[in-house]
Design a protein around this ligand. Structure first.
Ligand code: GLN
Length: 256
């Protein structure tokens, strides 16, 4: 008899999520991203534990499968950046090295890079992504976006991420740093409409709010599977009619 190659059933597993600075880095209802992760786990019988680590709190590098940091105003980002370096950067680097998922959205994305420069002020980032962000002259980059992601192994063929961007910072990737995707519509990392976000292993940054995951549940599933060490196909499908309509509406808003 041949050995079964069926993927391990995910029920009985627990996804342990840590939200970094959920009180400060949460503009554009980024909390919706966490709710989507929680719901999609619950509907499949996967346990879900949400913890938070904010200013002054230490971070356990081993305690979580997925770390999340959302968007924030420059003022809040400053506070968080200092704290991130002082009390969490080392743990995040250790977590990244063991392939835990780290997702940064907008301000959180900027802080996963090397630095965010505003005029003469340079805010140091964690340096998990090889990029820097500069608040240059010029309008904020605002609008609906759609991107064709790359560098997400096992993502559904033809999958697109849709969302909304609003950032003053322009993000410049080092030549060796992979973007999260090619821009189909929108302004992207640096306003030139070419590339959006960045990915290095399971560390991912993007400017897409929306929030991101309610508009792109395929990506929520990809993150859950990756964080639990499962194939993306190992997650049982859900009844996603409303989610499909939401995704389609986000794509339409971006003009795709
Ligand atoms: N403060 C950052 C910027 O304007 C990030 C904004 C955000 O998270 N939406 O570039």
């Amino acid at each position: 008899m041949s050995e079964s190659t069926a993927p391990a059933a995910p029920s009985g597993r627990t996804l342990r999520v840590c939200a970094l600075y959920p009180d400060l880095m949460n503009i554009y209802a980024d909390r919706g991203n966490l709710i989507v992760l929680e719901r999609r786990c619950a509907w499949r019988g996967i346990g879900f534990e949400l913890s938070a680590s904010s200013l002054g709190e230490r971070l356990d590098s081993e305690g979580y499968d997925l770390f999340y940091i959302g968007g924030g105003q420059d003022r809040d980002q400053r506070l968080c950046a200092e704290d991130l370096l002082a009390s969490k950067a080392e743990a995040l680097r250790t977590a990244a090295a063991r392939d835990a998922v780290i997702l940064g959205v907008c301000g959180g994305y900027q802080l996963l890079g090397r630095s965010y420069t505003l005029g003469s002020e340079r805010i140091e980032g964690v340096g998990l992504l090889d990029l820097e962000t500069i608040r240059e002259d010029g309008p904020r980059l605002i609008g609906n976006v759609a991107i064709e992601p790359a560098g997400l192994p096992g993502a559904p063929a033809g999958a697109v991420l849709a969302g909304f961007e609003n950032h003053g910072g322009r993000t410049h990737l080092d030549s060796g740093q992979a973007p999260l995707g090619r821009v189909l519509r929108g302004l992207g990392n640096d306003g030139r409409g070419r590339f959006e976000g960045a990915v290095a292993g399971a560390t991912i940054g993007t400017y897409l709010h929306g929030p991101l995951l309610p508009k792109n549940v395929w990506f929520a599933d990809w993150l859950i599977a990756r964080a639990l060490g499962l194939d993306a196909q190992a997650l049982p499908p859900l009844e996603d009619e409303i989610e499909r309509q939401t995704h389609a509406a986000a794509l339409r808003a971006a003009g795709v």
